[in-house]
Design a binder for this molecule. Structure first.
Ligand SMILES: Cc1cc2nc3c(=O)[nH]c(=O)nc-3n(C[C@H](O)[C@H](O)[C@H](O)COP(=O)(O)OP(=O)(O)OC[C@H]3O[C@@H](n4cnc5c(N)ncnc54)[C@H](O)[C@@H]3O)c2cc1C
Length: 489
């Protein structure tokens, strides 16, 4: 990697590093501006695991599946955290992009420790304690001594990350997935207010994901073309009919409880007590899944009705259960197919099905009022552009939530594609103005990160000039001034 970076610098060819390039919804494997060569790191697939100290050191090309398989095979007492982005998305790329997953280790960048980074001049840097050769603290103590530099290499274009330490979760004695739902849209504020204290006090340890009804529906079935004649948004009566049939509440929260059997029991009680009178809580456990599958088999063998419904239920619940224990799957890649006219029968990759989607992921403080203000903005803009609101809100910690909003559109329809882009632009404008700033940005909008020419982004520009004066590494990535200069009209 240092040699490639030096050659690119000499010949003034900008390089855009990718790990696996599955940055779907935020630009896929594409650079921010044209004319950049992809530095594809997917062949670097080294994994080392320290079982006693519960961490792995991984290279950029390591996929979620590869890390999961290694742990399952050789270190079954350790769990990783996985995202919904499929078996072949990377672990390192997602962590440097500050993605998040589903277990108590769901904040990925927070659980990295010690990076190896190639700078634009070919220098190889070890962050944290790693630069003290032979230190046993390289992947066990994050801060090092002196300035903590790790943050400079996440959501930035100041270096190419070639290795990272990743803390792993000791497998808990007991683990249960919960699905808590509220019936009406108006219950949303109370739902957040009641869940926040549980997240703050650590009763709920994992990143809880709260989806609206349509978002939940999109992971279970394609767009109801037959009932809508292809029109977007779904007419109210069709939406009501579909949701009634699927038994979804207006908002459903999915998370898990981890610990000893006694701890899990106590967490269950606290959760049920907090939601009493507002919503209902159901659980997915390994025993229930076995029961469900067994019952489906029995019904099928006896040619009794209901076998398919039970089998379908198990097929939907299993990947959710798995994800909450860090097991990745391609199941959730069905979501982007919502509006696809020509879904590929063989490939789960959304690009192979010509799926169109933009993702906007604003953050909000974790109060019911903040959440409602944000939803009002999203609903208003999305409705104005005649799309369906597909929303998933993640309680990242006890204080902030990320509202992943996806605009699915039919890429084969030119008018709808244009409308989706306008809608995305308007959403981003409205969100930046109201200070619901995204936690991560798509490549098409890096230049809009700094509407006020503020000191923060000026400093980012100065750091870039100091470390990469030739603008070799990923020009424009999380560098709005540079994005504006390099962007072609
Ligand atoms: C259905 C669906 C579900 C999803 N679920 C989630 C989810 O649960 N959580 C989530 O976070 N995201 C999710 N995503 C978004 C996205 O697919 C993931 O974040 C995915 O992990 C990103 O792709 P990747 O890991 O291959 O990273 P890459 O695409 O390789 O990397 C992402 C970006 O990081 C930078 N980068 C990568 N590697 C390096 C490096 N070595 N050095 C410097 N910079 C680098 C590049 O600029 C790159 O564009 C989902 C998307 C879809 C379609």
């Amino acid at each position: 990697v240092p040699s490639i970076v030096l050659i690119a610098g000499r010949y003034k060819v900008p390089l855009y590093p990718i790990s696996r390039g599955r940055n779907w919804g935020y630009g896929d494997a594409c650079p921010v501006t044209e004319g950049q060569a992809l530095l594809d790191l997917s062949d670097l697939q080294g994994i080392e695991v320290n079982d006693r100290l519960a961490y792995a050191v991984i290279e950029p090309g390591v996929t979620q599946k590869q890390l999961f398989d290694r742990l399952e095979r050789s270190h079954p007492r350790l769990w990783m955290d996985a995202t919904g982005s499929g078996l072949h998305a990377s672990v390192l790329g997602n962590s440097v992009e500050r993605g998040f997953g589903h277990t108590p280790f769901g904040d990925h960048f927070a659980h990295t420790c010690g990076m190896e980074v190639v700078l634009a001049d070919g220098t190889v840097l070890q962050t944290g304690m790693g630069h003290y050769g032979g230190s046993r603290l390289a992947h066990t103590y994050k801060w090092g001594i002196g300035p903590s530099l790790d943050g400079l290499f996440s959501q930035s274009n100041l270096g190419v990350v070639t290795r990272v330490g990743l803390w792993l979760m000791p497998r808990p004695q007991r683990f249960e997935v919960f699905v808590a739902s509220v019936g009406n849209e108006q219950d949303f504020e109370s739902f957040i207010e009641r869940l926040r204290p549980l997240r703050q006090s650590g009763v709920l340890q994992s990143t809880v994901h709260i989806s609206n009804d349509l978002r939940t529906l999109s992971s279970a079935r394609p767009y109801p073309l037959d009932l809508t004649g292809g029109r977007v948004p779904i007419p109210a009566e069709v939406r009501a009919k579909l949701l009634k049939h699927a038994h979804y509440g207006a908002w459903s929260a999915v998370g898990a409880l981890y610990g000893t059997p006694g701890e899990v029991r106590a967490r269950r009680q606290a959760l049920e007590q907090a939601l009493r009178g507002l919503g209902r809580v159901r659980y997915i456990t390994s025993a229930r899944l076995r029961l469900l599958k067994g019952a489906a088999r029995l019904l099928k063998r006896a040619h009794l009705p209901g076998a398919k419904a039970l089998a379908d239920l198990a097929a939907t619940a299993q990947p959710v259960y798995d994800l909450l224990r860090g097991k990745p799957s391609d199941f959730f890649l069905q979501g982007p197919r919502w509006r696809a006219r020509t879904p590929s029968p063989t490939s789960p990759d959304p690009l192979d099905s010509n799926c169109g989607f933009y993702t906007v992921a604003p953050l909000a403080a974790m109060t019911g009022e903040d959440g409602r203000r944000l939803l009002d903005i999203l609903y208003r803009v999305i409705e104005r552009h005649r799309f369906d609101p597909m929303i998933s809100i993640t309680l990242l910690n006890g204080r902030a939530m990320a509202c992943v909003t996806t605009l699915y559109y039919d890429r084969s329809d030119e008018e709808e594609s244009k409308r989706a882009r306008l809608c995305y632009d308007d959403l981003l404008d409205a969100l930046m103005k109201t200070r619901f700033i995204p936690y991560r940005m798509g490549i098409e909008s890096m230049d809009r990160l700094d509407p006020d020419d503020d000191t923060f982004w000026q400093l980012v520009g100065r750091l870039k000039e100091a470390l990469d004066p030739g603008h070799v590494l990923a020009p424009g990535r999380y560098n709005p001034a540079e994005a504006r200069i390099f962007k072609k009209p």
